[in-house]
Design a protein around this ligand. Structure first.
Ligand code: ADP
Length: 591
């Protein structure tokens, strides 16, 4: 039983921690151990940290890891191999990953008896389409040095998107959101139907919005000019990381509260800092509304998004042309708490909603960690769906078994098939229609409540029958058919179907893909010489299912699929607008 999860966020000079009861979703202890590096190691910091949570049970540790690179996506159980992999990724995030790894090593040494899970900031952005992921530079170089958009703050963007959808009372899969994480670090994200399709941070957490001390977008030509003028690389890095943003603009502080006070007192640099910050955020909102082809809500979070009514007004004013009208009274009244973590900022008539949402990255990490430890979350990074081809087959009920094989007969197990608990039997029957018969049709066990015969369209012609296209188990009004076994034959008034193509998935897969039971999606099939995308693919979710798409022999032949074929999910929005083109939910690796 996983109840208490210790969440660690190890930075360069401090380790922030929070002990969370994941069952009650409440914080038990939290704090920060500082002055790492100044004569103190991560190990020593960890000892101090553990002393401050002494007396509390720790069932698992969740680690925030900034950069997962191209391969590490889903939350992952930490082992030695993972630590090595993370070390190899350090050059991609030199300011974050080495500290995350040092913290991870120290924590594993201090708490060797509990499972540790790494949760990646980049994970939410594995869905970025290629056009958003790619920088317009030489692609060979880009590949060699990993110069692509990874995106950061993913845990927060995903969390507030979910909360916003809940607050709006609409499924996330129907919404186009711009989420804005505005804290010391700041980033914007386009969340389309639950998946990130654009984000402002790039290969590193330096691109995009104005931040506390980071510059965000700067003309790369200006950086070259600064280097040519004699600034060293280290000095430039220091300038862009620590000496820019609100601090560089205002000349005094990276804290918006100070800057707002100075602006109110008439200080021009402070006023400039506020207006550059808001202006940059506005340009991203407009850009993402354009890339998504529409907008349902803007969601603000982080210290500034949650705390500054003034900045929210600066950002959200004059968006009426987009359908967003800010309600000033609501904006001024915002007071977010753990119990009331979201507030509507827009007017009742506003077509596009605006919300302030309290983020909680630690809780999100703790919940993901618990799910991994309980084995409910797939920990691999695979995005593709294995394909299984179903040949014609028969499911029998008790009565049919007796009629076809005799009163005492028991099904004989031949071999397990992929779905847990299901098996192919030694037993075979003949399926007989008005025009012809199909012999040696396999029985699949175990016995069911209803007898069901699943054939392909080609089989229909051979038999001279009309089998309706059906979801397995929905037999009312299905076609009649005759079965013949060694002990006798049986005429069914209904039970013959052509099975609707479908994907079996575990609830954790459904979460991973952002779909629910009963959804219909498109799946692009690869692996054969004739790529094909199937529409009307039914999603079937159950804790007893394993991820697999089932198609019949006609469908497999049409795509000329061989062994080991895989598909990629393409999500078709169910909204009636009909203007959103379908798109891939989870691009394959490197996509
Ligand atoms: P981090 O990215 O380090 O987690 P936070 O999300 O805590 O940062 O945001 C910190 C920033 O939020 C502060 O530097 C401050 O500028 C801003 N902030 C917090 N509360 C308020 C407030 N009430 N009014 C204006 N700004 C605020």
């Amino acid at each position: 039983m996983v109840s208490n999860v210790l969440v660690l966020n190890a930075g360069s000079s401090s380790v922030k921690y929070r002990l969370i009861d994941v069952l009650g979703e409440r914080t038990l202890r939290e704090g920060k151990v500082e002055r790492i590096g100044e004569g103190r190691t991560h190990q020593e910091a960890l000892q101090e940290l553990l002393a401050s949570v002494a007396g509390q049970a720790i069932d698992a540790v969740g680690h925030r890891v900034v950069h997962g690179g191209a391969e590490l996506i889903a939350p992952t159980l930490v082992d030695d191999a993972l630590v090595v992999k993370l070390e190899q990724l350090s050059p991609l995030a030199p300011l974050h990953n080495p500290h995350n790894v040092a913290g991870l090593r120290a924590a594993r040494a201090a708490l060797p008896q509990v499972p540790h899970v790494a949760v990646f900031d980049t994970a939410f952005f594995s869905t970025l389409p290629r056009r958003a992921r790619t920088y317009a530079i030489d692609q060979e170089l880009a590949q060699r040095y990993g110069v692509v958009r990874y995106g950061f703050h993913g845990t927060s963007h995903a969390y507030v998107a979910e909360l916003a959808a809940r607050a709006l009372g609409r499924p996330l899969t129907e919404l186009r959101l711009v989420t804005l994480h505005l804290g010391n670090g700041a980033s914007a994200c386009a969340v389309e139907h639950g998946s990130a399709t654009e984000t402002s941070m790039g290969m590193t957490p330096l691109e995009g919005l104005v931040m506390g001390t980071r510059a965000g977008d700067v003309d790369p030509g200006a950086l070259l000019a600064l280097l040519r003028s004699g600034l060293s690389v280290d000095e430039l890095e220091q300038l862009l990381m620590q000496g820019s943003g609100l601090k560089g603009l205002s000349g005094v502080s990276n804290d918006l509260r100070d800057i707002q006070a100075r602006a109110a007192a008439g200080e021009d640099r402070a006023r400039l800092a506020i207006s550059v910050f808001a202006h940059r955020v506005r340009t991203y909102i407009g850009a993402y509304a354009a890339t998504m082809g529409g907008l349902d809500a803007v969601v603000l979070t982080g210290g500034i998004g949650e705390g500054s009514a003034q900045m929210r007004r600066r950002i959200l004013q004059r968006f009426d042309y987009l359908g967003l009208t800010l309600d000033d009274d609501r904006n001024d009244a915002v007071a977010l708490t753990d119990a009331v973590p979201s507030a509507l900022l827009s007017t009742r008539a506003s077509r596009v909603a605006a919300l302030a949402v309290k983020t909680n990255e630690e809780l999100a990490i703790a919940l993901k960690t618990a799910r991994v430890v309980r084995g409910e979350q797939r920990t691999n990074t695979a995005s593709s769906i294995p394909i299984a081809v179903s040949a014609r087959h028969v499911h029998l009920n008790e009565e049919a078994l007796r009629a076809l094989f005799g009163p005492e007969h028991r099904l004989t197990h031949l071999k397990d098939i992929s779905q847990p608990g299901q098996f192919a039997c030694e037993e075979q029957v003949s399926v007989i229609g008005p025009r012809g018969r199909l012999d040696r049709v396999r029985i699949l066990g175990p016995l069911r409540q209803q007898t069901q015969v699943e054939i392909s369209r080609t089989d229909e012609f051979a038999l001279g029958v009309d089998a309706p296209l059906r979801d397995s188990g929905k037999l009312e009004g299905s076609a009649p058919i005759t079965l013949e076994g060694p002990a006798g034959s049986l005429h069914l008034r209904e039970g013959l179907i052509c099975a609707k193509r479908h994907i079996h998935m575990h609830p954790s897969d459904a979460e991973h893909f952002g779909v629910k039971d009963g959804d219909e999606v498109e799946v692009k099939l690869q692996g054969g010489p004739r790529d094909l995308t199937f529409g009307d693919v039914l999603i079937r979710v159950s804790p007893s299912y394993r991820l697999e798409m089932h198609i019949d022999t006609d469908e497999a032949n049409a795509a000329e699929l061989g062994q080991g074929a895989e598909g990629t999910l393409v999500y078709t929005p169910s909204s009636a607008e009909g203007v959103v083109t379908s798109r891939r939910l989870r691009p394959s690796a490197g996509g």
